[in-house]
Design a protein around this ligand. Structure first.
Ligand code: PLP
Length: 295
């Protein structure tokens, strides 16, 4: 099924599950805040499950009664961790033993810089996984194109929910993207941008080490952002506001956590659309704003 981005894919599945009587979906904690809110808006409860360096804590998931779990195993947002093979196997067992559904957001799978990406979970258990991808990171979020590969038993419900929502996604953009993929243009685009994003990431990390030595970047070499943990004493909101006053846009990470007030202060630094010199000057400015606030 073609959707309007990954977000509508989450909404369509949430509504389909709700119609089947499922009341709760587990989510990564932290996760992309809009997806958490979209599930709640569809009338379901979210059950936050901690994410550590191996991805979602499946042992914690086992202690809850939920019908589905939303995960981004290739690159968890925003912390940037990858789900380990052991956890993937445990997650599939959970789904098989509990009639559960894994909603796999294959976020950033195309942008792994240090090794080949791990394959999607969906291929290992197609009847228990709803696979979701989108063009928002590889091309642009302005396209609003996403896709779902669903287990057979969910297709009818999901088609109905999509129809009732918008009668189907616009076709012209789909045809243009299909042409772009078939002509080899999309694969060429990915080959071209990967090394440039990797250089931007390396530039950002090198700059953070010198300009923001108190901050700890987390996550693997992938994607288009760095998650930057700050000392507990740092006021995340004050730092974001002070940066904006100097036309420097960084995002505070705490709203992506289920309990923002309990989250360790952190910033999300996006480098995908910024040149290397601008990354250097931006992070140097951020370092001086941080230093001023700290003293
Ligand atoms: C985890 C995650 N998945 C997917 C997306 C893209 O969503 P959409 O395709 O609706 O733009 C985002 C956007 O930042 C995200 O954080």
């Amino acid at each position: 099924m073609i959707t309007s981005g990954l977000t509508q894919a989450v909404v369509v599945i949430a509504r389909s599950l709700r119609a089947r009587g499922i009341e709760a979906i587990a989510i990564e904690d932290p996760c992309f805040g809009f997806h958490r809110e979209a599930i709640v808006n569809a009338g379901l409860r979210v059950v936050p499950i901690a994410v550590d360096q191996d991805g979602l804590d499946v042992a914690e998931l086992l202690s809850h009664n939920v019908g589905a779990v939303l995960v981004a195993p290739a690159h968890s947002y925003p912390t940037g961790e990858v789900m380990s093979t052991l956890r993937r196997t445990a997650l599939i067992s959970w789904a098989q033993n509990n009639d559960g559904l894994i909603i796999e957001d294959d976020y950033d799978a195309e942008f792994r810089y240090d090794r080949s990406p791990i394959g999607a979970i969906q291929g290992l258990a197609p009847e228990r996984v709803a696979y979701a991808g989108c063009a928002s990171k590889t091309l642009t979020p302005a396209l609003r194109l996403g896709w779902l590969a669903l287990p057979g038993w969910l297709v009818g419900d999901a088609v109905l929910q999509k129809l009732l929502d918008d009668m189907g996604s616009t076709v012209l953009e789909q045809l243009a993207l299909a042409r772009f993929i078939e002509s080899g243009g999309f694969a060429r685009h990915l080959r071209r941008v990967r090394p440039s994003y990797r250089r931007r990431r390396d530039t950002a990390l090198a700059c953070i080490a010198t300009e923001l030595p108190d901050a700890v970047p987390t996550g693997v070499a992938a994607g288009l952002h760095v998650y930057l943990e700050l000392p507990r004493s740092c006021d995340e909101t004050a730092l974001v506001v002070a940066a904006r006053e100097q036309n420097l846009i960084v995002e505070g990470a705490s709203w992506h956590w289920s309990v923002p007030s309990a989250a360790r202060p952190a910033l999300i630094i996006g480098y995908g659309a910024i040149s290397e010199p601008a990354i250097r000057s931006g992070l140097t400015l951020l370092g001086s704003i941080y230093a001023q606030l700290a003293h």
